[in-house]
Ligand binder design. Structure first.
Ligand SMILES: NC(=O)c1ccc[n+]([C@@H]2O[C@H](COP(=O)([O-])OP(=O)(O)OC[C@H]3O[C@@H](n4cnc5c(N)ncnc54)[C@H](O)[C@@H]3O)[C@@H](O)[C@H]2O)c1
Length: 350
């Protein structure tokens, strides 16, 4: 079974780290006979500045024909309004209806654990962030702009359909992966309408999963607990805005932004995978960016595509590279981006 994957490295270090993720994917392909068909696209700042076009007409339909999409990162100081990045990234998330932003928060080595008295065993949970609604839909407006009386309104959109499918996805994931607790986080004590809906939907859906504990924390309490005792979390489900913020905190619990992976998923449809970090233009092309976030993103994508053994082999090779210091400087190693990719690719074991 051929697995067709569209690869979009994007801008800045997105290009550097995607090269290493592709290297590891090709090594996994050779070892596990995955029959990967990787097709690379140059969508990003350079192309946008050259052609005025972020994505060619019909590209979203073409994306739908792949089994998965892998993206690096987008952002270039020459395009301050981020127009191309919004069209490519947000366009893909919204137009392909990738409603579940799935971000594993797993610390792979005690050496990387930033919390005093904690070990990697205390940090292993997955955040399900709603990815198509909330404050990110761009509804609202500004009245009397630039005056003393200016009014800015940003609407927070929560639909029954949208909330229910992300909550259900979190419970289904928990059931599939033998996780015993799902924590829903909102601010329903203050956001009496939108998050009241989250409360009611969570109560309804959780009742269908008698073996999974349904837990609730207001988001301010949740961030406190993520630092105080992260071992209590297995699966967290939350809205778009809160998910955006808590997963950056999560990345730090893992050991840094350079290690964090994510998937933008619509079960049963073409989904998109990307490291959490941005294009870090300062480090672009310098062979210093940490490729592990991108490589773990490839791991997540293979797992999603049913290549579990290859995915596990990638994670083991990453753990081994970290433990033996064959990694980049941001996590205490001495290698460059490319040599780190080599170490992980050559460390894969069937
Ligand atoms: N998904 C995306 O494509 C995405 C996400 C966030 C930011 N951005 C864009 O990226 C550009 C830069 O944004 P930023 O500086 O706020 O965020 P960033 O994630 O690019 O970088 C922030 C800092 O984190 C560290 N870092 C990030 N990734 C790293 C890696 N792989 N290895 C080692 N260190 C790493 C660096 O110290 C860097 O200065 C902006 O244009 C921004 O809009 C894009």
């Amino acid at each position: 079974m051929t697995r067709r994957i569209a690869i979009v490295p994007g801008d800045g270090i997105g290009i550097d780290v995607t090269r290493e993720a592709v290297k590891v994917l090709r090594a996994a392909d050779a070892l596990f006979a995955l029959d990967l068909d990787l097709e690379e696209f140059d969508f990003g700042a350079e192309r946008y500045l050259r052609t005025g076009e972020a994505l060619p007409t019909g590209m979203m339909d073409r994306f739908r024909s792949y089994d998965a999409i892998f993206m690096g990162a987008f952002g270039d100081p020459r395009i301050p309004d981020m127009h191309h990045a919004a069209e490519i990234l947000l366009g893909t998330r919204f137009q392909l209806d990738l409603y579940a932003n799935v971000r594993p928060v797993k610390c792979l080595s005690d050496r990387l654990c930033p919390l005093k008295g904690r070990t990697r065993r205390d940090i292993d949970f997955v955040v399900f962030r709603e990815n198509t609604e909330g404050l990110y839909v761009g509804m609202g407006g500004i009245f009397k702009k630039g005056t003393e009386q200016e009014i800015a309104v940003q609407e927070d959109v929560n639909t029954r359909h949208g909330v229910e499918r992300i909550v259900r996805e979190a419970f289904q994931f928990a059931a599939r992966h033998h996780r015993t607790r799902v924590t829903m986080s909102d601010k329903s004590n203050v956001l009496r309408y939108g998050h009241d809906l989250w409360q009611r939907v969570f109560a309804e859906v959780s009742a269908e999963y008698a073996d999974i504990e349904a837990n609730h924390l207001y988001v301010d309490a949740l961030v406190m607990q993520m630092v105080k005792d992260p071992s209590q979390f297995e699966v967290i489900v939350t809205c778009n805005m809160f998910g955006d913020i808590i997963t950056d905190l999560g990345a730090q619990l893992q050991g840094g932004l350079g290690l964090a992976a994510s998937g933008n998923i619509h079960p049963g449809r073409t989904s998109m995978f990307e490291p959490v970090h941005g294009s870090a233009p300062k480090y672009a092309g310098k062979d210093t960016a940490n490729p592990i976030g991108a490589i773990l993103t490839a791991h997540m994508m293979l797992d999603h595509l049913g290549a579990g053994a290859a995915a596990r082999a990638i994670e083991s090779a990453v753990v081994d590279a970290i433990e033996t210091g064959r990694c980049t400087r941001d996590i205490g190693g001495s290698l460059g981006t490319s040599a780190t990719g080599d170490a992980i690719a050559s460390g894969l074991k069937a």
